[in-house]
Write a protein that binds this ligand. Structure first.
Ligand code: FES
Length: 195
């Protein structure tokens, strides 16, 4: 009886008798396809992870910055607070803005050479607190929360969940006042640096 395959080393197809490429070749193709599909499937998540890690858009936590805010002779000797802008570099995504206003602080001379710095941002909902010179305290224009000169809430039904945020980093460098400027989350009782 004649063999359907012309090459005795190659097995013939069971139905038509054509020469088959053999199981080793099929196995090789299957493995190659699996590797390619696996690599493609992994590429997406890896790329997304790398982008998230490297992208400035994801770098939302900004370290506070020491900024020169004022000089000692700009503060009233009687302890009246004065509001000053904070000028620093600001980064939005990939764009760096040099020396732009990033916030404001109230500075107050509490003793010779000793300065208190309070954030102007109301801890309730982020409005800008003002100084009421006639009453001698701070007041928020949005929901009327009031604070004494040290930033403590004075109304028992205050809308503000905490006292005004004092900036811990205040340094006197010669005659200059430098402040470690940070922003804090609003609407919560804890003082948490904004990330
Ligand atoms: Fe200041 Fe509401 S935002 S009291």
């Amino acid at each position: 009886m004649q063999n359907a395959s012309s090459d005795p080393k190659k097995p013939a197809c069971g139905c038509c008798g054509a020469e088959s490429s053999g199981p080793s070749r099929r196995g090789f193709l299957a493995k190659t396809a699996a590797v390619v599909f696996g690599a493609v499937a992994l590429a997406g998540p890896v790329a997304v992870g790398l982008f998230s890690f490297l992208s400035p858009l994801r770098r939302t936590k900004q370290a506070g910055t020491f900024c020169r805010v004022a000089t000692l002779d700009a503060l009233p000797a009687d302890g009246t607070p004065r509001k000053f802008p904070v000028i620093a570099d600001r980064t939005d995504a990939w764009t760096l803005y040099k020396n732009v206003p990033v916030g404001s602080v109230f500075l107050r001379l509490v003793a010779p050479g000793q300065v208190q710095a309070l954030s102007v941002i109301c801890p309730h909902a982020g409005c800008f607190v003002g100084f009421d010179a006639a009453a001698g305290d701070f007041v928020c224009p949005c929901h009327a929360a009031r604070f004494d000169l040290d930033g403590r809430r004075t109304d028992k039904d205050s809308k503000s969940p905490r006292d005004m945020d004092a900036l811990a980093g205040v340094e006197i460098r010669g005659t200059e006042i430098w402040v470690h400027y940070e922003k804090f989350r609003t609407g919560i009782a804890e003082k948490v640096v904004q990330s």
